[in-house]
Every structure is written in structure tokens, then in C-alpha cells.
Design a protein around this ligand. Structure first.
Ligand code: GRG
Length: 308
């Protein structure tokens, strides 16, 4: 990872975490939640905070803010969009770990939400993060046109034709040999869609809307890096270090999942990830060179060498 990228990732992660704290102060210190002398503490708020602040890589909020900066020069305009997206990403991880899904006990180096708070609270924490994300998304000084476009984009990317569909295809394909185009579709939906949301929200925060050349280029860029990200995730599930990854490894073969490794083997999978990243980077050619564009290229390349 380049030094510039490391600094920018840390800076944007701090901005995002700061905004998350502000959101919690606002949503959970409302009068109706607190008696005069006994402030209400809710296991729901605690469980949401536990997973949100467990120290993820914050790649999606990073993309939102860096794209916004690249297009308009002020990443802070995108902070509510970046935070909302991280809330939805965190909800998906909580639900993905539940016994009825992947049944995982470790995430981000900590016990999973349902292990710590129980299944019912974990379910509600996920539901609440998903719902509250749309409050957070619109709680800003951007225009109604921007916020409406942002709601439409994020709900489409996360919902039944986006990430949730990808998860459903994943579950339906367990234990069956699938053709490569289905694996591609599964990963573009399950993982690529939130990367699409990340770059799309950055565009909208900068006043760049769908049906423009720049928006389309960034959609293609994000689909390709999303795919590369999932491919390296498949590889790390076999070759990764449990401590660095912060989760149980080897689950894919245990659960008979279709992955790039199960279909192509590790070497070929890594070559495909490299091809996806090269194609992604070529999509940025229409943009002028600037430090944010260079950081997006660095992020794309980092995906190939990441160890967590
Ligand atoms: C139950 C309606 C319903 C929906 C659930 C669970 C779900 C929808 C979707 C799961 C999608 C999923 C977990 C995809 C995997 C994507 C992936 C590789 C996530 C890990 O992302 P990182 O490495 O995580 O960026 P950190 O912890 O760094 O934020």
C-alpha cells in the first residue's frame, strides 16, 4: 500500500468514525429514550455500535469520499453518504454471520454480533443499521435532488436486485457446480453492488448524476474492483492468516461454496483478479490526473496484495 493511500484511508476512516459517533449521539440521546435520572441504555444501540466501531477497513466510505474529492474537491460533502454506506455494509456482515447464513463466530477480530448479544438482538441490530442508514444518508446540507438520487442508488444496490440477491444466489448455489457466468453474477451482486454504491454516492455528492460519462466510468471501475475484491477474498479464505483476517478461514470449502478458487484454482483466480484491476484502472482514463485519481488506482492495486 502506498504511503499516500495509507494516510488517506486513515484520515477518511477517522472522519467516518467521528460521524458515526455523532449519529449515535443524535439518534440515541433523544428525550424519549432517557429518564431524568436514569439514562436509557439499549442493548440494540450497544450491539449496533459494537459492530460499527469494530475497526473495519472502511474501504467503501473511503471510495465515496475520494471519488467526491476527485470530482469536486471537498470530500466532507460526502460524509453522510459514506457513513450510511458503512452502516449498510456492517448490517450485511452481521446478518451474514448469523447461524441461518454463514454461522460465523468471529468478525473483525472479535466475537460476532450474535455471539456477543444473542441472535435476536443481532437480527434487530442489522435491521436497524439498514433502516437508520437512510436517515443518516439524508441528514445533510446537500440538495433534495442529490438525496433522492442517493436513496434510489443505495436501496437498489443493497436490495433485492443487488447485494441481497447476490446472497440469495450464493445460498442457492451451495453444493452445486455452477458455470462461471453465474459465479460472476453472484459476486457482482453480493460484493460489487456496494462498491457500485460507494463510487456512485461519491459522484452524486459531487453533483455528478447517472447517465453521464463519468458516472458510467466509475460504475465500471467499481464493478471490476468489487469483483477483484471478492476473488482475493476467496483466495484469502484458503491462504490467509486468521489473525490478520480477523475471522474464521476455510469456510468456503467447508460449506461447499462456489468460489473463484474452487472453480479456477488459486493461481488462475489471482490472474483473473489482476485482469479485473487492470480493466478497472483503464476506466479512469477519461478523468484528468490528480492525487485522488492516483489514490483510486492505488486502492485498486492494494486489493491484489491485501492480507486482510
Ligand atoms: C438477510 C435480507 C438479508 C440480507 C443479507 C448478508 C447479506 C444480505 C449480504 C452479504 C453480503 C456479503 C457479506 C458479502 C461479502 C462481501 C465481503 C467480502 C465483505 C467483507 O468486506 P471487508 O473486507 O470488511 O471490506 P471490513 O470488515 O474490512 O469492513
Amino acid at each position: 500500500m502506498t504511503e499516500n493511500l495509507r494516510t488517506a484511508l486513515k484520515q477518511y476512516a477517522d472522519l467516518c468514525e467521528n460521524h458515526i459517533s455523532l449519529v449515535f449521539d443524535k439518534l440515541y440521546s433523544l428525550d424519549e429514550y432517557s429518564g431524568k435520572n436514569k439514562p436509557f441504555t439499549s442493548p440494540l444501540a450497544d450491539s449496533m455500535k459494537y459492530s460499527l466501531l469494530a475497526g473495519g477497513k472502511r474501504l467503501r466510505p473511503y471510495l465515496t469520499m475520494e471519488v467526491c474529492k476527485m470530482l469536486c474537491g471537498d470530500e466532507k460533502r460526502a460524509i453522510s453518504y459514506a457513513t450510511a454506506l458503512e452502516m449498510i455494509h456492517t448490517y450485511s456482515l452481521i446478518h451474514d454471520d448469523l447461524p441461518c447464513m454463514d454461522n460465523d463466530t468471529m468478525r473483525r477480530g472479535l466475537p460476532t454480533n450474535h455471539v456477543k448479544f444473542g441472535e435476536a438482538t443481532a437480527l434487530l441490530a442489522g435491521d436497524s443499521l439498514l433502516t437508520d442508514a437512510f436517515y443518516v444518508l439524508c441528514d445533510n446540507n446537500l440538495s433534495a435532488e442529490q438525496n433522492c438520487a442517493a436513496v434510489k442508488l443505495l436501496s437498489k444496490c443493497a436490495g433485492s436486485s443487488g447485494m441481497a440477491l447476490g446472497q440469495q444466489i450464493d445460498l442457492s448455489c451451495e453444493g452445486k457446480a455452477v458455470p462461471s457466468y453465474i459465479l460472476n453474477l453472484l459476486d457482482l451482486k453480493k460484493t460489487g453492488c456496494l462498491f457500485n454504491a460507494a463510487c456512485g454516492l461519491g459522484c452524486i455528492a459531487a453533483g455528478v448524476f447517472e447517465n453521464t460519462e463519468i458516472f458510467s466510468a466509475l460504475r465500471d471501475f467499481s464493478s471490476r474492483i468489487g469483483l477483484a475484491f471478492q476473488i482475493t477474498d476467496d483466495v484469502l479464505d484458503v491462504t490467509g492468516d486468521k489473525k490478520l483476517m480477523g475471522k474464521t478461514l476455510g469456510k468456503d470449502s467447508e460449506q461447499n461454496k462456489n468460489t473463484y478458487v474452487s472453480i479456477y484454482g488459486i493461481k488462475d483466480a489471482l490472474m483473473q483478479a489482476r485482469n479485473q484491476v487492470n480493466y478497472a484502472v483503464s476506466k479512469l482514463d477519461i478523468l484528468d490526473d490528480n492525487p485522488s485519481k492516483a489514490n483510486l488506482v492505488s486502492l485498486a492495486n492494494y486489493i491484489l496484495t491485501r492480507n486482510n
